[in-house]
Design a protein around this ligand. Structure first.
Ligand SMILES: Nc1ncnc2c1ncn2[C@@H]1O[C@H](COP(=O)(O)OP(=O)(O)OP(=O)(O)O)[C@@H](O)[C@H]1O
Ligand SMILES: [Mg+2]
Length: 371
């Protein structure tokens, strides 16, 4: 048998091409394209109202796009004109507003869409109830369950028919923190084992980073960046993309000779024309802190630049780390830094801040101060 050629990617299980949806003349989904391979999880991540659920509804076939196509295993299932009905798409759905069948017990709810022999069906249902921690509720009816338990039944029910593609809209949001991690891991394991392509909507970056093979970051109906969580976090497309994953600090400067002068020393801005205003963006965890030595900080270094002094305005203990807000001497602005929680400086303490050059991002200046 010939070796598979490494340059040929397997057919994507799910492919959407240039999908757009207009409501009242406004593009709520605007030219969205993505692919998901079998056994892969892509997270659609973005703020409220950016078009995540609408994208999922178009793929599921419960809403219809104005432009673009959806393919499953290379087969066109809908374009602007024709469409395969939702029930014929081999797509599993787990939406936030799931509804269980009230007249069926938990085991019957989970087994509802499963085909095959009675024994196969029973085995499948039992296996899923076990993985979801629902064995002792098998004979209960939905009204006898808590909200989180109902959500787990709905998850098990959506997994049961072994869908080729699973679309999930904030599927774990109703579960308490203690349960959530376990249920999340079990659910993904089942889906990966069975080679499903998963498109999962969330507005929580931590959830996306934990679960996704790939993150598609959405804003105003468009995908503005797509890639592995590591890349999206460490090489954000712009200031807002950086701000979506953590608090950020922004220092504004003007470029002269491919360099920007700031109170923290010079920053490289290669290829940026003279006179361009730039934003230097730094996450709080990439600020280094040093003690005050009679009004002086550590010596400047090529990696960390020049230190700038700030006075602690507020310090909050967060468990793993402390979040410290500084009022900076050079312009009175506030900068945030996270530091190991063994250290919780008192308000009024003067400290010196440094910015790691390998961890900051330089973007053309934009007015939008992210929320
Ligand atoms: N049927 C509709 N008619 C008109 N506008 C709609 C309709 N459905 C959604 N919208 C609008 O489309 C935009 C995107 O909605 P969508 O539900 O896709 O957002 P979302 O990203 O899922 O947000 P959230 O995180 O809050 O669930 C919103 O501004 C919403 O008001
Ligand atoms: Mg939504």
């Amino acid at each position: 048998m010939p070796e598979p050629r490494p340059d040929i990617r397997p057919e994507p299980r799910l492919q959407i091409k240039n999908l757009s949806r207009f409501y009242e003349g406004r593009a709520v989904v605007n030219d969205v394209s993505l692919t998901v391979q079998p056994g892969q999880v892509t997270c659609l991540l973005g703020p409220s109202g950016c078009g995540k659920s609408t994208t999922l509804r178009l793929i599921a076939g419960v809403d219809h796009q104005d432009q673009g196509e959806v393919y499953v295993d290379g087969q066109l299932i809908c374009d602007g004109a024709s469409t395969v009905p939702p029930e014929a798409r081999s797509i599993g759905l787990m939406f936030q507003d799931f509804a269980l069948f009230p007249h069926l017990n938990v085991a019957q709810n989970v087994g509802f869409g499963v085909s095959g022999s009675k024994a196969d069906k029973r085995q499948r249902v039992l296996a899923l109830l076990k993985r979801m921690g629902l064995m002792h509720h098998a004979k209960d009816y939905p009204h006898q369950l808590s909200g989180g338990e109902q959500q787990r039944v709905a998850l098990a029910r959506s997994l049961a028919p072994r869908p080729k593609i699973m679309l999930m809209d904030e599927p774990f949001s109703g579960l308490d923190n203690r349960l959530r991690d376990g249920i999340r891991d079990e659910t993904l394991e089942v889906l990966k084992e069975e080679g499903a392509a998963v498109l999962l909507v969330t507005h929580e970056p931590e959830e996306a980073m934990r679960m996704a093979d790939e993150i598609a970051l959405m804003r105003d109906g468009q995908i503005i960046q797509q890639g592995a969580p590591y890349n999206v976090y460490n090489a954000p497309a712009d200031k807002q993309a950086a701000a979506f994953f953590s608090d950020i600090n922004v220092i504004t400067g003007t470029v002269h000779g491919a360099l920007t002068d700031t109170a923290f020393g010079q920053f490289l801005a290669p290829g940026v024309p003279d006179g361009t205003k730039v934003d230097i963006v730094i996450r709080p965890q990439h600020i280094k802190i040093d003690f005050d030595r009679h009004g002086r900080g550590p010596n400047p270094t090529p990696q960390d630049g020049t230190p700038a002094r700030g006075v602690v305005e507020r310090a909050r203990f967060m468990g793993n780390e402390s979040l410290v807000e500084f009022r900076m001497d050079f312009d009175g602005s506030v900068m945030k830094a996270t530091i190991p929680s063994v250290f919780l400086p008192k308000a009024g303490t003067a400290l010196w801040l440094m910015i790691r050059r390998d961890r900051c991002f330089v973007f053309n200046h934009s007015k939008t101060r992210p929320a």
